[in-house]
Design a protein around this ligand. Structure first.
Ligand code: NDP
Ligand code: MG
Length: 398
């Protein structure tokens, strides 16, 4: 059975509240998700909240939403720092069991990076609905995740705004899709030359023109690696070939993506940029509920611009298409290499143009396994991380 047929059969129950776990509740997507839940207290119940290091925010969230349990997965927090009337989960095994428990309907996957894979996998494995923000899971292991979701009946509902747009525009006509066109704002360095990017500072890279997001995805948006990761995410989520995916720069971030059909028609989803909209749609699908999202201002709207991406200045983008073509372990390698390179850039250890250079070099050095197991993907991830460390040491000591 296709993902969509299975999806359309499940609906949000009229009686009772949808029982939600949020992985990464203290992040940008996590906080936006809680904002959505705050608006519909009679329709949702928070079962579990998972954060990493931000004990103060987790404690405040737990005080407000009264979950059954919380987990703080980072090591550097004092014992008891999130204690309260809720249970505190201490081990990874217990966390995975809690995610898979019968009292959970939907899991919001909003941890950043490959660190989100195992908890997301647990949700898919137990047949839970998954509101997926953590695109790195799809980049790393999209093939296996989609295969497992089909087996367990897990519905993977995209939160990433482009994929939510595609999901919405495709509905009912999935078999007639010819191609999808992902839009991207172009990031803070749109129109800049390759030369100018050499001097980019961390603060400049963190200053996104249209979206307010966590630091990793903000840097990814500046290099266009985010769009590369989204190409791979689209491939797996929607079962597309690499040559059915295009990217176009759209500075206003109003058209969230296009779907082109076999008869030449193109459908798009538009709204002012606000992540609460795709988050809520993932949580309420197939229904649409009222939302406070700002409406389109049709009297002020006078232009929507579209430009071709600049592959010379932003070489990361082509890596996404390459991985979408190659599949296998290449996604795990690109994702891990990029993650470490971004961390090193944020720590001031490498320059901005070195992020895509490192990602490309590590991808070139890797030998592709076309049909990896989950363990082999995790091994490829670990290998890529050590390769980045080696790259930096070699290039600094030369
Ligand atoms: P943030 O950096 O704002 O938040 C990250 C969350 O993950 C925090 O709750 C953090 O916990 C937790 N976390 C960090 N490291 C780990 C770890 N090693 N193990 C477990 N949890 C960890 O990120 P965003 O909310 O911006 O992004 C989350 C995901 O959503 C990413 O995959 C991103 O690509 C995707 N996404 C985000 C969008 C956005 O608008 N922000 C849009 C589309 C996709 P703590 O703070 O407690 O340390
Ligand atoms: Mg996006």
């Amino acid at each position: 059975m296709s993902q969509l047929t299975a999806m359309q059969r499940k609906t949000v129950p009229d009686s009772g509240r949808r029982r939600v776990v949020i992985l990464g509740s203290t992040g940008s997507i996590g906080c936006n998700t809680l904002d959505v839940l705050r608006l519909h207290p009679d329709r949702f119940e928070v079962i579990g909240l998972v954060a990493h290091r931000n004990a103060a925010t987790l404690r405040a969230q737990a005080g407000e939403f009264e979950p059954k349990w919380v987990a703080l997965t980072g090591e550097e927090h004092p014992e008891g720092s999130v204690s309260g009337p809720w249970a505190t989960v201490h081990t990874q095994t217990e966390l995975l069991e809690r995610i898979q428990a019968p009292d959970v309907d939907i899991v919001v996957s909003a941890i950043v990076g490959a660190a989100g894979l195992l908890t997301t996998w647990a949700a898919v494995d137990a047949g839970k609905d998954v509101a997926l923000a953590n695109k790195e899971t799809m980049v790393l292991a999209g093939s296996l995740v989609m295969e497992r979701a089909t087996q367990t009946g897990s519905r993977i509902l995209p939160v990433d705004s482009e994929h939510s747009a595609i999901f919405q525009a495709m509905e009912g006509h999935r078999d007639s899709v010819e191609r999808v066109v992902l839009t991207g704002s172009g990031g803070p360095f749109r129109g800049k030359s390759r030369e100018a990017l050499k001097k980019v500072t961390v603060a400049e890279a963190l200053n996104h023109p249209t979206w307010k997001m966590g630091p990793k995805i903000t840097v990814d948006s500046a290099t266009l690696m985010n769009k590369a990761l989204e190409v791979i995410e689209a491939k797996w989520l929607f079962g597309l070939d690499a040559d059915q995916i295009r990217v176009i720069v759209h500075p206003e971030s109003i058209v969230h993506s296009f779907v082109e059909f076999r008869d030449g028609s193109v459908l798009a989803q538009l709204s002012p940029p606000d992540m609460r909209l795709p988050i809520q749609f993932a949580l309420t699908y197939p229904e649409r509920w009222p939302s406070p999202t700002r409406r389109m201002n049709w009297t002020e709207l006078n232009q929507l611009r579209f430009e071709q991406p600049d592959p010379e200045t932003f070489p990361a983008l082509s890596l996404g298409f390459r991985v979408a073509r190659d599949g296998g372990t290449s996604g795990a390698v690109l994702n891990a290499a990029n993650e470490v390179a971004v961390e090193r850039f944020l720590a001031g250890e490498i320059s901005f143009p070195e992020i895509p250079r490192i990602a490309a070099d590590v991808l070139n050095a890797h030998s592709l396994n076309r049909r990896p197991t989950l363990d082999e993907l995790l091994a490829a991830d670990r290998w890529a991380r050590t390769e980045v460390a080696r790259w930096i040491t070699n290039n600094r000591t030369r």
